[in-house]
Design a protein around this ligand. Structure first.
Ligand code: IMP
Length: 200
């Protein structure tokens, strides 16, 4: 089955293609001739993800899915959340974003936070959502050089290392994104599309 993933990131496409297996031919935005940037300015992760999936479905008539991820910090009222990519400005600068969080978290005793990934899927005209969450703590300085984004300041619950100190496979074993995509995979492989519309 052909399905469009709302990305032009070849690395992400390969990773997810590998996870979903041979029964799916995964296409990216370029493959379906969508060259414009799809807006991502909704107030929720769900809103962004479903807008992107609907946009592709409308343009191509094909089955499609899209994801959006945010870091939600309790002591900051859920920020940066849906604004994670541009928290310190439009340049999507990982380092500036991380420094801003560290500054805002100075002196805060509640360090609880979670990464949350939402995937929106449009399959045969119906809409479905899948969610992956990993809970953890924001530390008070950066540690590690791997990963990306907020990885150097996030230690998942039950672990000693930040995401940036873990190997890629170690992170992918427990990450929010992996959890959400595993749910998508299970759903697509079962393919019981008619009677399973709940948020998983
Ligand atoms: P996206 O929806 O995957 O593009 O993620 C939005 C933003 O959230 C990114 O620009 C990063 O700042 C942050 N982010 C998403 N996933 C991760 C992760 O696994 N580790 C650290 N930061 C992440």
């Amino acid at each position: 089955m052909k399905i469009v993933f709302a990305t032009n990131n070849q690395h992400k496409l390969m990773e997810i293609g590998d996870l979903l297996g041979d029964s799916f031919t995964l296409l990216n935005l370029k493959d379906v001739n969508i060259k414009e940037e799809i807006p991502e300015d909704f107030p929720t992760l769900e809103g962004n993800a479903i807008f992107k999936a609907r946009y592709i479905h409308k343009a191509t008539g094909m089955n499609a899915f899209a994801d959006d991820t945010g870091l939600e910090i309790e002591a900051l009222g859920g920020s940066p959340g849906v604004h994670s990519a541009r928290f310190a400005g439009v340049h999507k600068d990982f380092n500036a974003n991380t420094e801003k969080v560290l500054k805002l978290m100075k002196g805060k005793t509640n360090r609880s936070a979670k990464f949350r990934t939402v995937i929106a899927l449009i399959l045969d005209g119906s809409e479905y959502f899948f969610e992956g969450i990993v809970s953890g703590k924001i530390i008070d300085e950066k540690r590690g050089t791997g990963g990306f984004g907020y990885d150097p300041i996030f230690v998942p619950d039950g672990k000693q290392l930040t995401f940036a100190e873990m190997s890629l496979s170690e992170k992918n074993n427990i990450s929010h994104r992996a959890l959400a995509f595993e749910k998508l995979k299970l759903f697509l492989s079962q393919n019981h599309v008619a009677d399973n519309k709940a948020i998983n």
